[in-house]
Design a protein around this ligand. Structure first.
Ligand SMILES: *[C@@H]1O[C@H](CO)[C@@H](O)[C@H](O)[C@H]1NC(C)=O
Ligand SMILES: *[C@@H]1O[C@H](CO)[C@@H](O)[C@H](O)[C@H]1NC(C)=O
Length: 423
């Protein structure tokens, strides 16, 4: 009886839950999804940006050198020292009142030393043939690596015509395997950044970007009150100079000094003992320091409401999102993109990641390890048996394409800086 009652009691909830999830599925919307299957080229426009300078890189449609499924292809940068720009259009989206999910997978098959792996969402009308570093965008998201100092996930939001970088540090993956990057923006102006379906950062648009002027500011009119005592220590008024303190001489004649036996008063003048520092002398007298009983702490101006702050309830809204784009500078090519999603459904994004990256990641890792082993074997085969250790090291460096020419290196850095300036 009891258990039957319990089931009866639970059933309506259960039905309600099923209904609720059906509604959720029904209302889930995918704005754009690209798995790079046959026909992808009809959806994407390769930009002419940097073409006249011969600096526009070609994309390779491939599953990569190592993968978890040789039939699952993406697009990969295939030329070094090149700019890349490609974009796809989708029906205009306004995310007001909706969750916005922006997700893609990226793999750096080259050991990326300096270059981006991020994507952009663009709004309004974009001439896709001219899409490039200067084209305004709404959201830029994804990994960026340069040297040892830059290994971060960018999350740049454009608000009122200005690009704002996230103020929190989010570290990106730096290995040569596929990773899924997800940016979720919610109508309550909160966000989540995930890598491989694991949350890496979360917070509010209000606190983690400087989109709006601060809510509170220090009162510019406030002045420190005259009687505000901010001295932590004072001289002890009770401490009195001992009598005769000032009479103690700094130096005294050396009591141990003796007139040398061969001293000739007539020739050498009258002998005087040399002076030495007086051990009794303690320097000028100073009053002892004590804690100031009237100390009020450091004075701080009170915070007031910032007259320039005007809340924007639509802070998270991008009213006419219409394109996804990849715009990169790559010193060394080999970055591969796949499974791009723009949607309003977090669960759908999670499932997509699991069905693609999640299913393939172990096989991809195994394939990568095998490729590495093969490379090592070939390198040791190429090495003459009697070569000394130094030669061996040089060969490995050459095989990996390391730079040895310092001029080339500084050019890289300059070009990278240029590319960064264009952000
Ligand atoms: C494209 O990628 C495949 C797999 O890594 C590679 O074998 C091929 O040489 C690449 N093609 C170009 C044009 O880079
Ligand atoms: C938007 O930008 C303009 C021009 O830079 C500025 O005057 C205005 O205060 C900005 N508005 C907001 C809400 O930030």
């Amino acid at each position: 009886m009891r258990s039957a009652m319990a089931i009866n009691k639970r059933s309506p909830n259960f039905v309600y839950l099923i209904l609720l999830s059906l509604v959720a599925i029904a209302s889930a919307e995918v704005f754009f999804e690209e798995r790079f299957e046959d026909g992808w080229e009809s959806r994407w426009v390769k930009s002419d940006w940097k073409k006249d300078e011969n600096m526009a890189g070609e994309w390779n449609y491939t599953s990569g050198k190592w993968n978890g499924d040789p039939n699952d292809k993406g697009i990969q940068t295939s030329e070094d020292y090149r700019f890349y720009a490609i974009s796809a259009e989708f029906p205009e989206v306004n995310n007001k009142g909706k969750t916005l999910v922006f997700q893609f997978s990226v793999k750096h098959e080259q050991k990326l030393d300096c270059g981006g792996g991020y994507m952009k969402l663009l709004s309004g009308d974009v001439d896709q043939k001219k899409f490039g570093g200067d084209t305004p965008y709404s959201i830029m998201f994804g990994p960026d690596i340069c040297g040892y100092s830059t290994k971060k996930v960018h999350a740049i939001l454009t608000y009122n015509g200005t690009n704002h970088l996230i103020k929190k540090e989010v570290t990106c993956e730096t290995d040569q395997l596929t990773h899924v990057y997800t940016f979720i923006l919610r109508p309550d102006a909160t966000y989540i950044i995930l890598i491989d379906n694991v949350e890496k950062q979360t917070g509010s648009l209000y606190s983690d970007w400087d989109l709006l002027p601060p809510k509170k500011i220090k009162d510019p009119e406030a002045k420190k009150p005259e009687d505000w005592d901010d001295k932590e220590y004072i001289s002890d008024p009770e401490d009195k100079k001992p009598e005769g303190y000032d009479d103690i001489p700094k130096e005294i004649t050396d009591p141990d000094a003796k007139k040398p036996e061969d001293w000739d008063d007539e020739e050498d003048g009258e002998w005087t003992a040399p002076t030495i520092p007086n051990p009794e002398y303690k320097g000028p007298w100073k009053q002892k320091k004590i804690k100031n009983p009237n100390y009020k702490g450091k004075w701080k101006a009170p915070m007031i409401d910032n007259p320039d702050f005007k809340d924007d309830p639509d802070l998270y809204v991008f009213p006419n999102l219409k394109y996804v784009g990849i715009e990169l500078w790559q010193v060394k090519s080999g970055t591969m993109f796949d499974n791009i999603l723009v949607a309003d459904d977090v669960e759908y994004a999670k499932k997509l990641a699991e069905e693609t990256w999640g299913k393939q990641k172990d096989a991809e890792k195994a394939a990568f390890e095998e490729a590495e082993k093969k490379k090592e074997d070939e390198e040791s085969k190429d090495d003459p048996v009697d070569s000394d250790a130094e030669d061996e090291e040089d060969d490995v460096d050459d095989a990996e394409g390391h730079e040895s020419d310092s001029d080339t290196k500084s050019d890289d850095e300059e070009a990278k800086e240029d590319a960064h300036d264009e952000l």
